[in-house]
Design a protein around this ligand. Structure first.
Ligand code: FDP
Length: 338
């Protein structure tokens, strides 16, 4: 490199050092292993983290670009990679020995998992329709003590989180016994003996979501026959909100924590009914958002206060700053049925 003078050479040198720091990821904090001090929850999340690392590798190799495998219990077409991700997670949770039952978006009935302690509900790969476009996709999970989610509320979760597979693979995690939501980034293994939990390093703590002009409006087709939603969209546009929506629920919701502002919603209407699953998607993300200082709602109450009556229940949702969720409640309110 050609340096013009001593001053610019010093600047370049400092920049190189800063870049090197970023490359070695020295700025990253504690490991997931030291964050999760208590067994048996540690064992359960370790299994999920191990599975996520495998899914991330599969996606990097181009899995998901192939054909369809089957149709799931909701009638959705499953990509081969959805089925694979589901199996990878199931096997990891079986190995953990601390999981009594599991259910997933791909296989929604609660069934034994060979261990004792927790029930885990998960969406193995959320965002199947955007895998081909190479947008970020994710895995969502919620954990309760015992063996069933039925009759329970999101407030009873002992932990919930989601992995996002984007340019980086990250875990956003909240545990009942700790304040806030926390983000960990997966760093490449530098030797074969690094333990799974040591490969996830903390890079963020989320404490608040403030009002801010950022909106992620899901299911916009509902504006055709949901007047409140039409008016809410007009409000955002008249007030020059910034649109940030990919069609992948995981990155679209987690951005609220990262940016510390904004609103995500997915309301329903008679002609465009609710699509999102209460147990596999909405409740775990509500736990993350509320722990991270935001609010969640189905139009009337917090998603964490809904009693789960079945694993296949769907609902409309809003997440974000208090003021934004209150606006959603007053303009949209109770879910319209089809
Ligand atoms: P996908 O069908 O691609 O898996 O619930 C699944 C979900 O994606 C969410 O990630 C996303 O927010 C929503 O559906 C988008 O739905 P539409 O494509 O129907 O708008």
């Amino acid at each position: 490199m050609y340096y013009k003078d001593h001053k610019s050479s010093t600047i370049l040198h400092a920049q190189e050092e800063a870049n090197q720091d970023r490359l070695t990821m020295d700025h990253l904090g504690e490991t997931l292993g030291s964050f999760l001090s208590q067994e048996p929850l540690k064992g359960c999340i370790e299994a999920l983290a191990e599975a996520a690392e495998e899914i991330s590798l599969l996606l990097r190799k181009g899995a998901g670009l192939g054909g369809l495998a089957s149709v799931n219990t909701f009638g959705d077409q499953q990509l081969q990679v959805d089925v694979l991700a589901d199996q990878i997670i199931e096997k990891a949770l079986q190995r953990s020995g601390v999981v009594e039952t599991i259910c997933s978006e791909e296989n929604s009935e609660e069934r034994p998992c060979g261990g004792a302690g927790f029930a885990v509900a998960y969406d193995p790969l959320d965002g199947s329709s955007i895998i081909d476009t190479n947008f970020a996709v994710g895995t969502i999970f919620g954990i309760v003590k015992g063996k069933s989610f039925i009759g329970r509320k999101g407030r009873e979760l002992v932990a919930a989180g989601c992995f996002v597979y984007g340019p980086r693979t990250e875990l956003t995690l909240a545990v009942a016994e700790k304040d806030f939501s926390h983000q960990f980034v997966l760093v490449p293994r530098d030797s074969d003996d690094t333990s799974v939990l040591d490969r996830w390093k903390k890079n963020n703590t989320f404490k608040t979501i403030q009002s801010g002009k950022l909106f992620a409006p899901g299911n916009l087709r509902a504006t055709v026959d949901n007047r409140g939603y039409q008016q809410l969209v007009n409000y955002w546009m008249n007030n020059k909100y910034q649109l940030r929506y990919t069609g992948g629920m995981v990155p679209d919701v987690i951005q609220l924590l990262i940016k510390g502002k904004g609103v995500f919603c997915n309301p329903a209407s008679p002609s465009a009914p609710a699509k999102l699953r209460l147990l596999f998607e909405c409740v775990p993300l509500a736990f993350l958002i509320e722990k991270g200082g935001g609010q969640s709602s189905n139009g009337t109450i917090s998603l964490l206060d809904i009693s789960i009556s079945g694993t296949e229940e769907r609902c409309q949702v809003c997440y974000g700053a208090k003021e934004e969720v209150e606006r959603f409640n007053s303009m949209i309110g109770e879910m319209m049925s089809s």
